[in-house]
Design a protein around this ligand. Structure first.
Ligand SMILES: C[S@@+](CC[C@H](N)C(=O)[O-])C[C@H]1O[C@@H](n2cnc3c(N)ncnc32)[C@H](O)[C@@H]1O
Length: 226
């Protein structure tokens, strides 16, 4: 990432600042970081959307939707679903609401500001909950996983998308507050929190170039049942 950060007035944003922005985009840099996330995380959304099986009238929750760029594609999979989103970044809720005005005005999509350790929905509301690139920021994952279990209907499914520890280690910012997991470690945490692992999907992303380095990340989507 080469952009200037007004907060620091230097040419290279420092890794700690990038980590804070990825955790919770805020201030002038938020939209910039959001656009980068869209680019880098598109292959993970592609994987999640290839894996997710949507039934008509499914009620779906996405946690940590960022700019909300990928909601449209979710409705391309099934136009009859209802989708709700939760993100604790005011800037992201604002950007995603603007980017999805039509879906929101026709009642198909509703976006809320809030933390996934206290999900503002009734018990047993959703058939499916998913999140991409969010689990790293859950310092106490059990609080978030309990909430996800609570809002899932019996037999509901949780799809957690992330890049593996090995993939993420190439980024200097992960030293600043990222909880990284191997697939095995994340599976164990899901199991400890009473989820049953149903499927594990892995796929190498197309190669990307960041700061003149060519990278190939590995996307992973773990499907767990309540
Ligand atoms: C790295 S970004 C990923 C955004 C998008 N899912 C993607 O893959 O491009 C993490 C997003 O999750 C949100 N987030 C992180 N922790 C959260 C929490 N506890 N509750 C709600 N949103 C959270 C952040 O505000 C941010 O929008």
């Amino acid at each position: 990432m080469k952009e200037n950060t007004p907060q620091q007035n230097v040419t290279e944003p420092d890794p700690k600042f990038i980590a804070q922005q990825l955790r919770k985009p805020s201030g002038n840099f938020a939209l910039n970081v959001g656009q980068k996330m869209n680019l880098v995380n598109k292959p993970l959304y592609d994987l999640t959307y290839d894996v997710i099986e949507l039934d008509e009238n499914d009620h779906i929750l996405e946690i940590g939707f960022g700019t909300g760029k990928f909601f449209g594609k979710l409705f391309d999979l099934n136009s009859k679903i209802k989708v709700r989103g939760l993100d604790y970044s005011e800037k992201m809720v604002e950007a995603a609401s603007k980017a999805n005005e039509d879906l929101i005005s026709n009642g198909k999509l509703d976006l809320k500001l809030g933390n996934s350790n206290s999900i503002p929905f009734e018990d047993q509301t959703f058939e499916k909950v998913f999140c991409n690139m969010v689990i790293y920021f859950w310092d106490e994952p059990e609080d978030h996983l309990n909430e996800i279990r609570r809002v899932l209907k019996p037999g509901g499914l949780f799809y957690s998308g992330h890049r593996t520890r090995e993939s993420m280690m190439v980024f200097p910012f992960v030293e600043h507050g990222f909880n990284l997991y191997s697939i095995q470690e994340w599976k164990e945490i899901l199991n400890e929190n009473e989820f049953t692992i149903q499927q594990i999907h892995k796929r190498f992303d197309p190669q990307i170039e960041i700061d003149d380095n060519k990278l190939q990340l590995e996307s992973c989507c773990i499907l767990a049942g309540k």
